[in-house]
Structure formats: C-alpha cells, structure tokens
Design a protein around this ligand. Structure first.
Ligand SMILES: [Zn+2]
Ligand SMILES: [Zn+2]
Length: 133
C-alpha cells in the first residue's frame, strides 16, 4: 500500500464519519421524541432494547417520509436495524416493481457505483436523505 493510497483512505474515512455525524444530529430531535414515546421494542421481531444496545434500535417513518414528523408520533415505528433494513428493502422493491427507481445505483441496468450514496450525502446535505440508514 502506498502512502498516497493510505492518505486518501483516511480522508474518505473522515468524510464518511462526518456525514454520519450530520445525519445523526439531524435525526436527533425525532429519535429522542420517539424513544420517549414508545417502549424500546422492535415493532417486527419484538426484540427488547436497553441503553447499552439502543443504537441498534431505529426510528422508522411509516410513510417513508423523514420530513413528516407529527408530534403525536403517528408516523414513527421503532424497529431494530435488521427489521428496518428489511422494511426499506421491501419498500425499494415495491417502488422498483412499479417502475420507479429510487436512485441511479439501484435502477436495473445501471452501472453499480459503491460511492453513489456517499456522493449524494456530501453534495446535497439538506435534501432529506434517509437519516436512519
Ligand atoms: Zn426487529
Ligand atoms: Zn425507515
């Protein structure tokens, strides 16, 4: 491995870490509210959570719109990371089946680009990117 390569890897790690931080901070207000409002149990597999593993419990938006956060919590559902992934995958597949591609990387026939997500995170911070991913 060359120094140059190590350096750019380091830079990339820094960018990814910052992007994750931004996403977490943006997500904080509704996550905190949802965790106060609901018991810490996954709505799908009924796994229970405590402080030490709470980071594996996510706040899912039932209508998949992260900007829709009514204060009565009606759009929130607590899901563990696994069930949450499943839920989003199912949703993505539903959209694909209807012929709507969520983003270029997932469109049938598009060239796979592992940095597509990263690029959109860096380029367009306020576009309402999925903050729970
Ligand atoms: Zn679960
Ligand atoms: Zn979700």
């Amino acid at each position: 491995m060359t120094d140059k390569k190590a350096q750019s890897q380091q830079r990339l790690d820094g960018i990814v870490a910052k992007a994750k931080r931004d996403i977490e901070e943006r997500g904080h207000s509704y996550r905190g509210q949802a965790l106060k409002m609901y018991p810490w149990i996954c709505g799908r597999c009924a796994r229970e959570f405590v402080n030490s593993n709470l980071q594996e419990l996510t706040v899912h938006h039932k209508n998949h719109d992260h900007d829709y956060n009514p204060s009565d919590g009606s759009n929130w559902e607590l899901l563990c990371i696994y069930c949450h992934d499943n839920e989003h995958q199912r949703h993505t597949e539903e959209l694909l089946n209807k012929g709507i591609a969520l983003d270029g990387a997932k469109a049938p026939g598009a060239t796979f680009n592992p940095f597509a997500d990263l690029k959109s995170m860096m380029g367009d911070k306020d576009s309402g990117q999925d903050s729970e991913k």
